[in-house]
Design a protein around this ligand. Structure first.
Ligand SMILES: O=P(O)(O)O[C@H]1O[C@H](CO)[C@@H](O)[C@H]1O
Ligand code: HPA
Length: 296
């Protein structure tokens, strides 16, 4: 599969993290990954410091429109965060260990949380463009066919050989997310659901969309799950959302097909609610006790 050779060593990742610590002089608590067209999340940061990927030694480059290619350090609700404007996708040709390396960098920077977002197509016909799906679980089709980012020798500095994935999306954060959406007046567009990742870059066929629906999938895209697996492996607490930017085609007599410019436009139209939601969620993460027993 050619996806294991050349992986970053712990030492190389540490060097990247040390460079970022020195440059930013910050210890972020939350790492945020922006989906396609969702980079405006970073505009909410107070005292932002932008570091382009090209300035960071050994860092991959963004190649997809809507992923500008920079890390932004700053504060949201007085909580130090680092925002990744521009994720890496498997379909760009990157091996999974490169797609997911930012999560290990977040960990080495001192983050406790990963807040991950994506632009997605809806599979569940209930969901319309502009709805937000808080991820309850996922189906990782790419991993089921062998492309798991944790394939290869285990990196014991980060986590165990066989990490469980029954609780990838923290239940307290999911509850808080739904409560915060309600408090902000957005309860009519927030749902909990299951995200599926396909390899891309082709969008799903109608037959594939129908299969996904039968499998209980609510939203579909080409990202996020590899990042979540690596984050869970190294002990980050994960919260994820899909922003519905396309409605899936479940009938063959289609007149409208997905296209990336439409995805970007739909994502950009969500700027205000998303910014309010991310700000409130990060505030919650900043105040949360490091507890997973359900008492808080
Ligand atoms: O998942 P994000 O990065 O938001 O992007 C989604 O949008 C692109 C397709 O339009 C694909 O990259 C898909 O994964
Ligand atoms: O409709 C979609 N399908 C798959 N991936 C996507 N990413 C954004 N929109 C879509």
């Amino acid at each position: 599969m050619g996806d294991v050779e050349g992986r970053y060593t712990y030492k190389q990742l540490k060097e990247i993290a040390d460079f970022l610590k020195e440059t930013s002089k910050m210890e972020p608590k939350v790492g945020i990954i922006c989906g396609s067209g969702l980079g405006t999340i970073a505009d909410a940061l107070v005292d932002p410091l932008v570091i382009n990927y090209s300035q960071i030694p050994n860092f991959p480059r963004s190649t997809v429109k809507g992923h500008s290619g920079s890390l932004v350090f700053g504060c949201l609700s007085c909580v130090p965060v680092v925002v990744m404007k521009g994720r890496f996708h498997f379909y760009e040709g990157y091996p999974m260990w490169k797609v997911t390396m930012p999560c290990r960098i977040f960990k080495l920077l001192g983050c406790s949380y990963l807040f991950v977002s994506n632009a997605a197509g809806s599979i569940n016909p209930k969901y319309k463009v502009g709805d937000i799906i808080v991820l309850r679980d996922h189906i990782y089709y790419v991993g089921l066919s062998g492309y798991n980012p944790l394939r290869g020798p285990n990196e014991w500095e980060f986590g165990p050989r066989f990490p469980p994935t029954s609780n990838c999306y923290d239940v307290d954060l999911r509850k808080a997310g739904m409560r915060i959406a309600k408090e902000l007046g957005y309860e009519d567009r927030f749902y909990e659901g299951v995200y599926a990742a396909l390899a891309g870059p082709s969008y799903e066929s109608v037959a594939e969309a129908r299969m996904l629906l039968k499998c209980g999938v609510d939203s579909v895209g080409m990202s996020t799950i590899p990042e979540v697996l690596v984050a869970v492996h190294c002990g980050l607490t994960v919260f994820g959302i899909s922003i519905v930017t396309e409605e899936g085609n479940l009938e063959w007599a289609v007149t409208k097909v997905p296209n990336h410019l439409e995805v970007l436009a739909a994502a950009q139209a969500m700027e205000k609610p998303l910014r309010e939601f991310v700000t409130a969620m990060v505030k919650f993460m900043g105040n949360k006790k490091p507890c997973r027993c359900g008492c808080c």
